[in-house]
Design a protein around this ligand. Structure first.
Ligand SMILES: [Zn+2]
Ligand SMILES: [Zn+2]
Length: 287
């Protein structure tokens, strides 16, 4: 599916905001400019999410708050909101190019980052509402001049983002990837080249993974799952349960003995050991 042109939407919203601000500096007019500015911030963030394609979690495509959306992207790619430059070198004779002249500079991407969204999006959003009784009583009314200055700065920044010669560079640098062991979707995590333990989530099914750096300079991926002894007393098999599926009522099939182990609630007194506990924590169902 070809993506929607959110960048064009953002550009149009910025233009409308600028036109409104050129009309007059009254609060009613500025309010509409603030609304258009927020739409531009939303469109730019959706554009970014769209650029992540298959790396973006399927179940989040309805998320509309730019801050939430960017936090999701940062979970996939810690560089999702970082300004990036893009340089390409001519084919080096041997090894890496030595001189700066060997590099062609494609420019820098200015990104609408999380800090700007946090600071500005809600701040101008609060101007879209009537002052509350409390605000009026404390004399805390909306100051049109302050709002105008804020919008002015924000629109200048959005224009720089829209004027970036390159944009939506995603998953730059080193990535670690696997095929999800539950749903076969590709799972990638941008790691910045850091060898620090991190986490990732499958964009297809949501299964979480712990990533632990290994000796090869890559990561070992450990799914969030629990091992549990098969409920059949004579069966030594270990059953594997994905943590997000673990709930009372779940019946887990055992390949070894062919029986199902049912997960149920159990209880024990705090001073009792697990072995002494009364009542089943597991039941075995015949299939
Ligand atoms: Zn998956
Ligand atoms: Zn078994």
């Amino acid at each position: 599916l070809p993506g929607h042109d959110f960048r064009q939407d953002a550009r149009a919203a910025v233009k409308r905001a600028r036109a409104l601000m050129a009309e007059d500096a009254s609060l009613p007019t500025l309010r509409y400019a603030a609304l258009e500015t927020r739409l531009a911030m939303e469109a730019l963030t959706y554009d970014r999410a769209q650029a992540y394609g298959d790396d973006f979690p399927k179940w989040e495509i309805g998320t509309w708050q730019p801050r939430k959306l960017l936090l999701i992207l940062l979970g996939v790619d810690p560089m999702a909101d970082t300004e990036k430059s893009f340089n390409v070198s001519k084919e080096p004779a041997n090894g890496a190019p030595q001189d700066n002249e060997d590099w062609f500079d494609f420019g820098t991407e200015t990104v609408l980052n999380l800090a700007a969204i946090k600071e500005q999006y809600d701040a101008i959003g609060s101007r879209l509402h009537m002052p509350t009784i409390k605000q009026l009583e404390s004399g805390e009314t909306h100051d049109p001049e302050r709002l105008r200055r804020r919008l002015e700065g924000l629109l200048t920044h959005l224009e720089a983002v829209l004027a970036s010669p390159i944009f939506n560079l995603t998953m730059i640098g080193r990535n670690s990837k696997i095929t999800c062991m539950r749903c076969d979707h590709r799972v990638r995590k941008a790691t910045k080249g850091d060898a620090e333990a991190t986490t990732a989530r499958c964009p297809g099914c949501g299964l979480g993974y712990d990533l632990v750096p290994n000796a090869d300079g890559d990561f070992d991926w450990y799914p969030e799952r629990t091992k549990m002894k098969c409920g059949t007393p004579s069966c030594p098999e270990e059953l594997i349960i994905y943590r997000d599926e673990l709930r009372p009522g779940l019946a887990v099939n055992c390949e070894a003995c062919g029986k199902k182990t049912l997960i149920v609630f159990g209880s024990r007194r705090a001073e009792q050991s697990e072995d002494e506990a009364k009542g089943p924590t597991l039941q075995v169902k015949d299939t």
